[in-house]
Design a binder for this molecule. Structure first.
Ligand code: SAH
Length: 268
C-alpha cells in the first residue's frame, strides 16, 4: 500500500492494513443490498472497499482529512453508490435528516473515540437513525465501555453506553494490524439501540451531569456529592434505597439511571 503523506497524529490516523481483521469486521456487520452504511474516518478506503464488495445500497464515507477525502473520491469515482464527505463526523451525528436504520462502521480516530460514542448516545430522538454500530477502540477504552459494577474500569463510560445500547465485545486486534503501529492493543465492539429503554430521560445531559458529579471522587463515599446534587433533600436516597456510604463504583448502572430521573424531576 502506498501512503500520500505522513500519518497525522492529530487526526488519530492508524490505518488498518490487516485483510483478515477487515474481513472479520465486515462479517459482524451482515451487510445486504438494502443497507445504507456509514463509515467514520475512511482513510485510504481499505474498509470502505471491503464494505463495497457486500453491495450495500449506499455507502457514506466520512473523512475529515482533505487530502484523504480527495484520494477517496478518485479511488471510488466509478462507484456511484459511494458518497464521500469531507467533514467532521462530530458535526454530522446530530443532523436530523438521516434515513433510518443505517449501519455505522469505523476504525475510529482514537483521540475522539469516546466523544464520538457519547454523541451517538446523546441523540435527542430515540431509537436513533442508526441500527447498529461496529466500532474499533483502544482496548483500554473498550474495557471501560463493557465494564461491570464493582470493577476498576466501571464508570461513566459504561453507565452511559449501557443506558441506551446493548453492547457486545467481538475481538481484540494486535498493534501489528495497523500502520503506523499504535502503542496499544485495540478491540472491536458492536452496539445496538435498546428499543424499550425503561429509564427514559427528557434530557440525556442530566445523566452525564449526575455521573460526572458522583464520580468526581471515585474513592470516596457518594454522600457529599449526592447531597450537592439534591440540595440535601434526604428523601431521594431513602426512596431509591441508596446507601450513601458507598463509593460510586459500588453502585450498579440502574441506580445511576434512577438518580438521573429523580434529578430531572427536581429541575422541573
Ligand atoms: N478506516 C481507515 C482509517 C482509520 S484511522 C482504516 O482503517 O484504514 C481514522 C481516520 O479517521 C483517519 O483517516 C482520520 O483522518 C479520520 N478522522 C479523524 N478525525 C475525524 C473526524 N472528526 N471526522 C471524520 N474523520 C476523522
Amino acid at each position: 500500500m502506498k501512503f500520500l503523506q505522513k500519518a497525522k497524529k492529530s487526526l488519530g490516523q492508524n490505518f488498518l492494513v490487516d485483510k483478515n481483521i477487515i474481513k472479520k469486521i465486515i462479517e459482524i456487520a451482515n451487510i445486504d443490498k438494502n443497507k445504507t452504511v456509514m463509515e467514520i474516518g475512511s482513510g485510504y478506503g481499505n474498509l470502505t472497499e471491503a464494505i463495497s464488495y457486500m453491495k450495500p445500497k449506499k455507502i457514506f464515507a466520512i473523512e475529515k482529512d482533505k487530502i484523504l477525502s480527495s484520494f477517496l473520491k478518485k479511488k471510488f469515482k466509478s462507484n456511484g453508490n459511494i458518497k464521500i464527505f469531507n467533514k467532521d463526523i462530530l458535526e454530522m451525528i446530530e443532523e436530523k435528516n438521516w434515513e433510518k436504520n443505517i449501519t455505522i462502521l469505523g476504525n475510529l480516530p482514537y483521540n475522539i473515540s469516546t466523544q464520538i460514542l457519547a454523541s451517538l448516545i446523546m441523540l435527542e430522538r430515540w431509537p436513533p437513525w442508526y441500527d447498529v454500530l461496529i466500532l474499533m477502540f483502544q482496548k483500554e477504552v473498550a474495557d471501560r465501555i463493557i465494564a461491570k459494577t464493582k470493577t476498576k474500569d466501571f464508570g461513566r463510560l459504561s453507565i452511559l453506553a449501557n443506558w441506551r445500547l446493548d453492547v457486545k465485545k467481538h475481538f481484540d486486534v494486535s498493534k501489528n494490524s495497523f500502520f503506523p503501529k499504535p502503542k496499544i492493543v485495540s478491540s472491536v465492539l458492536s452496539f445496538r439501540p435498546k428499543k424499550n429503554n425503561k429509564f427514559n430521560l427528557k434530557n440525556p445531559k442530566n445523566l452525564e451531569k449526575v455521573t460526572r458529579i458522583l464520580f468526581s471522587n471515585r474513592r470516596k463515599m457518594i454522600n457529599k456529592n449526592f447531597n450537592k446534587l439534591f440540595n440535601n433533600k434526604d428523601d431521594v436516597a431513602k426512596n431509591l434505597n441508596i446507601d450513601l456510604n458507598k463509593r460510586p463504583e459500588e453502585l450498579n448502572s440502574e441506580i445511576f439511571y434512577k438518580i438521573a430521573i429523580e434529578y430531572e424531576k427536581l429541575l422541573n
